[in-house]
Ligand binder design. Structure first.
Ligand SMILES: NC(=O)c1ccc[n+]([C@@H]2O[C@H](COP(=O)([O-])OP(=O)(O)OC[C@H]3O[C@@H](n4cnc5c(N)ncnc54)[C@H](OP(=O)(O)O)[C@@H]3O)[C@@H](O)[C@H]2O)c1
Length: 343
């Protein structure tokens, strides 16, 4: 089932060398290890020439929640001014591509633009070469640009990947200059297969304290292949905010997992803390500590959120090893066999 249907409820030297080959990427790239205006770390995005600020922007929320255009403009422009350089969206995020195009196409060189394909037509039809080509052309039009930096296949299953047609179509788009890089967005055994094909520059997958399957299943393999890794759902939809079991099916699984895992940082006063050791700060710092993760694309409709989360990362710094180990240990002790990566 597609993400859009489930959610219908509603961002060194070697890097300088890489920058020399940036070409169309323009000014978005800076050396890995450098810091953004907000003091955030930048990481090299796998074997690509991109150097990304560790905190990115996830564009699903603005689409599904039908955020008004003035808010999107304020949110994106102020975040870009503060150091954001990765904007992630998809063809099926209900108006997200259009809103992003209208808001920031005029400063296209300030950010890396990632979108996704595969849900333009329903079912298998979405994964044909014709549908993928049509979808990419439509995304470029909506985003008001003649190229994106990265296109991910939007969570097709392993059987679809095995047929090869959708990967061939993405490679064709890359050769045509419509996208500079190609990736797979998805989870569990499907993501594992995608990584092992060796045909993708990037993996976008769910990584958080409530989504840890990838930490041993796919992330080490993606890292070994020098793929860029985008952490989606990086703070588990901030599910600690709910006082009672949420009705929204998209977050219920995380709610159930949190009840069993009972992490202290996501309970009581800690959950309410807006400091770096509170729930959001710990969650984000945990995700960014996982193998190969380059950027965490937090979704938001709040114009101040990117800067707030950037401040959590700046103030907290890397999550100490003992905290990371404690979060991992509890997961290993309590995770059920069905706790696979959530699409
Ligand atoms: N299959 C796929 O390819 C796929 C699937 C899912 C997601 N994604 C991508 O990943 C992005 C992120 O995923 P997501 O939006 O589902 O999950 P997420 O980033 O883990 O959570 C987003 C939610 O967290 C809230 N939030 C953010 N910072 C917070 C803070 N400091 N304190 C409390 N709440 C905070 C936001 O609310 P506010 O609006 O109040 O800030 C928003 O409701 C998406 O936008 C999309 O680009 C891709």
């Amino acid at each position: 089932m597609g993400e859009h249907t489930r959610r219908s409820f509603l961002a060194t030297t070697a890097a300088f060398a890489a920058m020399a080959t940036v070409g169309r990427a323009g000014q978005a790239g800076q050396p890995a290890g450098a810091t953004s205006a907000t003091g955030l770390e930048k990481r090299k995005f796998g074997a690509t020439d991109m150097v990304v600020t560790v905190l990115g922007f996830g564009g699903a929320e603005i689409g599904f929640r039908q955020t008004d255009q003035a808010t999107v403009e304020k949110l994106l422009n102020s975040s870009l001014d503060a150091g954001l350089n990765v904007v992630d969206t998809a063809e099926c995020y209900a108006g997200s591509e259009e809103a992003i195009g209208k808001a920031v196409a005029h400063r296209r060189k300030d950010y890396y633009l990632f979108t996704k394909v595969g849900h333009m037509e329903r079912g298998e039809a979405g994964w044909t070469a014709a549908s993928i080509e049509k979808s990419i052309n439509r995304s470029l039009e909506r985003l008001k640009t003649d190229y994106v930096d990265l296109i991910h296949l939007h969570s097709c299953d392993k059987a679809t990947l095995e047929k090869g047609e959708c990967i061939d179509a993405l490679e064709k788009a890359k050769k045509a200059g419509k996208t500079r890089y190609i990736g797979y967005s998805g989870d569990t055994v499907h993501a594992l297969y995608a990584v092992e094909t060796g045909r993708f520059d990037s993996l976008q997958t769910s990584v958080s304290f409530l989504d840890q399957e990838c930490i041993e299943l796919t992330l080490p393999k993606a890292k070994a292949r020098n793929m860029g890794v985008v952490a989606k759902r990086p703070i588990a939809n901030a599910v600690w905010r709910f006082d009672a079991k949420p009705e929204d099916g998209y977050v219920v699984e995380y709610w159930n997992r949190l009840q069993k895992l009972g992490y202290d940082f996501a309970k009581g006063d800690s959950a309410k803390s807006s400091g770096p050791d509170g729930a959001a700060g710990t969650a984000l710092r945990f995700t960014l500590a996982q193998p190969g993760v380059c950027v965490a694309i937090v979704g938001t409709t709040n114009p101040d959120r990117w800067k707030q989360n950037a401040e959590l990362l700046r103030a907290g710094g890397p999550l100490p090893a003992e905290k990371i180990e404690a979060i991992r240990a509890k997961w290993k002790e309590a995770a059920e066999p069905g706790w696979v990566g959530q699409v």
